[in-house]
Ligand binder design. Structure first.
Ligand SMILES: *Cc1c(COP(=O)(O)O)cnc(C)c1O
Length: 382
């Protein structure tokens, strides 16, 4: 198929010319925040395992025991025979953590958003998505067939105006946002968004991938806004929870509908039982160790203070560069100093906003944070 070959080669050349080609780099995660790449030990600031739970002894032991008991794979969709008993335990824990009636666990966070939105809205409905929300929210929105409108980042007044103008033209309306923005590290104003949504009968979906485990003693970004009720609270088990999988916490009726209709749940094999077991163990660690949960944000704030940046709102701190090629160069310069900080480029972020995305973890010592803060200024000035 020469045309296929040509297409792939030309597309790659075009990406290369714009410094947008991406490559995989096998990276072995070692103890703490250390990794090994091409035989070199590097201190990583690019991992979302914010609490180091992927390597926690109790979490690993729970996964190993589940493999012994249930085997490695779920064997089928959860609706067939893949609904292992551990799933029920995990869902009860997630619902308790988020203060909802029920929860549904998916194969991943991406699958969760790709399944939730098309179950709840369709043609004739509207989805309003924050312009900086995660790619899988957009994917779910597109799959739904609903009309999609981008909301200027965190622009609550724009949302109120939009819904005031147009709410009546649609059947159901969902407003979807990250709770903690994955590439910017800032928070959504969930309290004010929830108020506007309630006033216009729109359903707020918040994606707490980067909040659970690390904000509000581990309960996540919504808990920073006491008294705020968010009907659709989605998240992932793959970041601070240390393993793999995704979830939605919501009312019993919504969860029952999702379990009956979400295509990414119905037509995809259930999460491996070991992932459920490790998530249960990780949530136990999170519930019992508020000091651990506070460490990633404290490290991020130590860094922003040292750099003269506004105080971090989450463990994620972007250092803006702009040009994609320059962002890659800065990342490479840090690599030469033994520091792994991945450059983030379009289309993950808007054109002209390439950046270093720094993720702080509980495993970083104050000296690690200081080392990065000391290395960066010269590299950014170069
Ligand atoms: C990582 C991420 C996801 C996807 O979760 P996975 O479990 O990795 O598929 C969804 N939303 C946000 C905001 C994320 O950062």
């Amino acid at each position: 198929m020469q045309s296929l070959q040509n297409f792939a080669e030309q597309k790659l050349a075009s990406l290369e010319a714009r410094a947008l080609r991406r490559t995989l780099a096998p990276t072995r995660r070692m103890e703490g925040a250390w990794v090994e790449r091409e035989g070199r030990r590097l201190l990583s600031f690019s991992c979302n395992d914010y609490l180091g739970l992927s390597h926690h002894p109790a979490v690993k032991a729970a996964a190993a025991a589940a493999i012994e008991t249930y085997g490695v794979g779920a064997g089928a969709s959860r609706l067939v025979t893949g609904d292992h008993p551990l799933m029920e335990v995990l869902e009860a824990r997630l619902a308790a953590l988020k203060g909802t009636e029920a929860a549904c666990v998916f194969g991943s966070g991406y699958l969760a958003n790709a399944g939730i939105l098309p179950t709840l809205v369709g043609p004739g409905d509207l989805i309003v998505v924050d312009e900086l929300a995660h790619s899988c929210i957009w994917a779910g929105a597109k799959l739904s067939g609903a009309e999609i409108t981008a909301l200027r980042h965190n622009a609550v007044d724009d949302l109120a105006a939009l819904l005031g103008d147009r709410r009546a033209s649609f059947g159901r309306v969902i407003v979807a946002t990250d709770g903690v923005f994955s590439m910017d590290g800032d928070l959504a104003p969930l309290d004010r968004l929830a108020e506007v949504c309630a006033a216009h009968d729109a359903w707020l979906l918040s994606d707490d991938a980067h909040g659970v485990g690390v904000l509000a003693e581990g309960r996540g970004s919504a808990s920073l806004f006491p008294g705020t009720s968010i009907p659709l609270q989605m998240g992932t088990l793959s970041k601070a929870i240390g393993g793999y999988g995704g979830y939605l916490c919501a009312s019993r009726a919504v969860i029952d509908l999702i379990k009956s209709r979400a295509r990414t749940l119905v037509y995809s094999t259930g999460l491996p039982p070991a992932c459920a077991a490790s998530a249960i163990a990780a949530l136990e660690v999170i519930a019992g160790d508020a000091a651990l949960c506070a460490r990633p944000l404290a490290n991020a704030r130590a860094f922003t203070a040292a750099m003269g940046l506004p105080p971090a709102q989450s463990p994620i701190v972007p250092v803006m560069i702009g040009d994609a090629a320059r962002a890659v160069e800065a990342s490479q310069a840090l690599l030469e100093e033994g520091l792994l900080v991945v450059a983030i480029r379009p289309p993950t972020v808007p054109d002209g906003t390439s950046r270093l995305r720094i993720a702080f973890s509980a495993d970083h010592a104050p000296a690690d944070v200081a080392r990065l803060a000391a290395a960066l200024p010269a590299i950014l000035a170069a």
